[in-house]
Design a protein around this ligand. Structure first.
Ligand SMILES: C[S@@+](CC[C@H](N)C(=O)[O-])C[C@H]1O[C@@H](n2cnc3c(N)ncnc32)[C@H](O)[C@@H]1O
Length: 301
């Protein structure tokens, strides 16, 4: 047992994450985000980013992902951040462990501007795989802005099974006649209609609301890596931007929930969880990382 730090619902453990995961109770974590080892082959002072061949790396991850599934609550979600070195292998492993039907999305996060590579297309995005424990029951809270927007609930082209007539009270829409198909299910359509958000224009359905539409390309400036060290606590080299964690934690958890990051690094997830009034379990094998995270947490009012 190696609890390194505990304060106000946030715990940091300094040990191998598999050891910690094995001790955690079933269904005790609502949301997991892990920025895992990318298998760069580099050996750092405090950890080894060389897991061998991709297949060897996957076998290293397998028991960890199985434990992560076990500790997730029934309505829990998991986000695994990786890059081109392992992404295809991680996707297949996650399908095996979490079930293909529980795959929600792959987020492409732009990490840098073009860096002048000369013999290849520069790699500017990494991947965040998003799965839920149960695709019939999970937390997803749309983010609300101040500007009303109108977005179509259809796309061009007839599609078998997605162009049929949908009805709700006095609303009846047949997209087949207009050679279009639905972008939302009957249930989602009903929920929007119940909330008074559906507008019919020229016989076509639109959603009129203040919901901020968010796609799976996260390329806003605040999502880019920023490794400028401005803070004495920033002893960790490659922190992820807080904006990534803010979006994930706000959307997929509630206040008071337990958020976990088992590859914590300098503590970006822990810091954002604390700012957003979540509890948390965090783990890193490196003492330097644990210390950096603790200092950052202590600096938050
Ligand atoms: C890519 S970094 C995470 C960076 C983090 N997202 C941030 O914003 O600072 C991966 C971290 O995993 C840790 N790590 C490596 N192997 C581990 C293991 N077996 N158990 C726990 N942590 C481990 C490393 O020490 C490193 O700090």
């Amino acid at each position: 047992m190696s609890l390194y730090y505990e304060n106000g619902g946030i715990q940091i453990y300094h040990e191998d994450n598999l050891e910690l995961l094995r001790r955690l109770k079933d269904k005790s974590v609502n949301l997991i985000y892990c920025d895992i080892l990318y298998n760069t082959g580099k050996v750092f002072d405090d950890y080894n980013d060389n897991l061998g061949s991709p297949m060897q790396a996957i076998e290293w991850y397998r028991p960890r992902f199985e434990e992560m599934k076990r500790v997730l609550t029934d309505n829990g979600s998991i986000f695994i951040h990786c890059n081109w070195r392992l992404d295809s292998y991680i996707r297949i492993l996650m399908d095996e462990v979490f079930g293909g039907k529980n795959y929600r999305n792959r987020i492409f996060r732009k990490h840098s501007q073009e860096r002048g590579f000369y013999s290849n297309f520069d790699s500017q995005v990494d991947s965040i795989f998003y799965y839920v424990k149960d695709s019939g029951n999970f937390v997803f809270k749309e983010q609300i802005g101040s500007t009303p927007r109108i977005v179509p609930l259809f796309e061009n082209g007839y599609m078998d099974g997605r162009s049929e007539t949908r009805t709700f009270k006095d609303i009846q829409i047949n997209l087949e006649e207009k050679n279009k198909h639905w972008l939302v299910s009957q249930k989602q359509f009903e929920n929007m209609a119940k909330a008074g958000q559906v507008k019919i224009i020229d016989g076509l359905p639109y959603r009129f609301s203040c919901v901020i539409p968010i796609g799976n390309l996260w390329n806003e400036p605040e999502m880019l890596d920023n490794y400028t060290r401005t803070d004495v606590a920033e002893v960790y080299d490659t922190p992820k931007p807080e904006a990534i964690l803010e979006r994930i934690i706000k959307t997929c958890s509630n206040e008071g929930d337990v958020v976990a990051d088992f590859f914590m690094g300098g503590g970006t997830t822990a810091v954002v969880a604390k700012k957003l009034k979540r509890n948390g379990i965090f783990c890193d094998i490196s003492q330097k990382a644990c210390c950096a995270a603790m200092l950052k947490l202590e600096a938050i009012e």
